[in-house]
Design a protein around this ligand. Structure first.
Ligand SMILES: C[S@@+](CC[C@H](N)C(=O)[O-])C[C@H]1O[C@@H](n2cnc3c(N)ncnc32)[C@H](O)[C@@H]1O
Ligand code: SF4
Length: 368
């Protein structure tokens, strides 16, 4: 089934590390929501009926929780009118602790949103300050508690690894605290220094303003150990979930299923063709695409291997064979299976999670 992503490109402020398509200036907000609706209606008219069956909807950004919940409901209603929504559809909204309140949470719940993804990043005030976040530790904890009290049992949090001052012990304390608050899913990202961000200039001045790679790897390894000890499964390099709480939406990106992205800079993948919307408002309002590419069979093979081996789903060799490539005939394949680097379960081939850190090297050996 198809996944739908809706990009909400507005934020209250810009965090120092963020290169996402997000704007503090909200003067185009009303126009943007009108265009979103038009885009949803037009797209639904142009796609085949089987692509209209949807079992995951994801409001991402930017920060979807900064806009009024009526606007989110309007978009959700529009999707429900133009697509066929599965009864148990996963509906996620990304939120910031500072823009979540009880009323919004109740309205999200009422409109059918059943998963919250909260950008916590850290539970230490000095780290949050450095990152340019608008929330502090207490607000982060309050947001999670309010989410739970409002009836959301499926709550995910985002954390960052690599912030100056962070240590293994401090990070483990944060994880334990969040686990005890009932968090079911963690996305733990290595802090990336993206060109064009404030962090890029800060680090150019002094590279010690963030942790070096070795320190990050140590914290990441401790993160994996702590979460696994607490029953979490690492189902992708940065993503951990209790059983049954893996993000259905994220899994679509890694398994080669169809997904449709609406809004600024949103990407879609439909039956082997990749599209991307313009990343500026003028282009988006004019319907411009920044990418429209039909993948060849060999590109689809590469994509299935690259995405599949980086997550717990693995690669379906049956799908590869249909595209003309049998992975089990690859010269390195047998050695990797013998050395338990790869795990073969029938037609499904998985990378042993111990080797996620060197997945790039292994994947290059397995490509046609
Ligand atoms: C669109 S934001 C999530 C929602 C919300 N805007 C927020 O920040 O809380 C998605 C996530 O990407 C991660 N992220 C953003 N920029 C990053 C960077 N430079 N390096 C690593 N992770 C980053 C953050 O953890 C963030 O929570
Ligand atoms: S990290 Fe989130 S809140 Fe911060 S600027 Fe990026 S999208 Fe906005």
């Amino acid at each position: 089934m198809t996944g739908i992503y809706i990009h909400i490109p507005f934020c209250e402020s810009k965090c120092v590390y963020c290169a996402f398509s997000s704007f503090v200036n909200r003067e185009k907000e009303n126009d943007y929501f009108s265009h979103l609706k038009k885009e949803i209606e037009n797209t639904s008219k142009s796609i085949k009926d089987n692509v209209k069956k949807v079992d995951s909807i994801y409001f991402g950004g930017g920060t979807p929780s900064v806009v009024s919940s009526n606007k989110i409901k309007d978009i959700l209603d529009c999707i429900k009118k133009n697509f066929v929504i599965n009864e148990d559809c996963e509906i996620t909204i990304e939120a910031n602790p500072n823009s979540l309140d009880k009323q919004k949470l109740a309205e999200y719940k009422k409109m059918g949103i059943n998963r919250l993804s909260i950008g916590i990043q850290s539970l230490y005030d000095e780290e949050l300050n450095f990152l340019g976040r608008k929330h502090n530790r207490n607000m982060a904890i309050e947001a999670i508690k309010s989410g739970k009290n409002s009836g959301f049992e499926n709550i995910s949090v985002d954390l960052l690894i690599g912030i100056k001052g962070q240590t293994k012990n401090r990070f483990v304390c944060e994880l334990n605290e969040l686990i005890s608050l009932g968090i079911k899913h963690f996305s733990c990202y290595m802090l990336q220094v993206e060109e064009g961000t404030k962090l890029y200039n800060i680090v150019k001045e002094n590279e010690k303003e963030i942790l070096d790679e070795d320190e990050c790897v140590k914290i990441y390894e401790e993160c994996v150990r702590t979460l696994e000890e607490n029953g979490f499964v690492r189902y992708e390099i940065s993503n951990f979930a209790l059983k049954g709480y893996e993000s259905r939406h994220n899994l679509k990106y890694w398994s080669g299923e169809n997904y449709i992205g609406f809004g600024l800079s949103a990407h879609s993948y439909i039956d082997g063709t990749r599209f991307a919307n313009s990343n500026n408002f003028e282009g988006y309002f004019a319907g411009e695409k920044s990418l429209c590419e039909k993948l060849s069979d060999s590109q689809r093979i590469e994509e299935l291997i690259m995405l599949g081996l980086r997550c717990r789903l693995g690669v379906d060799n049956q799908k590869l064979k249909q595209l003309g490539y049998d992975l089990t005939q690859n010269e390195d394949f047998k050695n990797f299976v013998r050395d338990c680097v790869l795990i073969k379960e029938g037609e499904i081939i998985k990378l042993n999670p111990q080797y996620y850190g060197v997945s790039n090297f292994i994947i290059t050996r397995l490509l046609p």
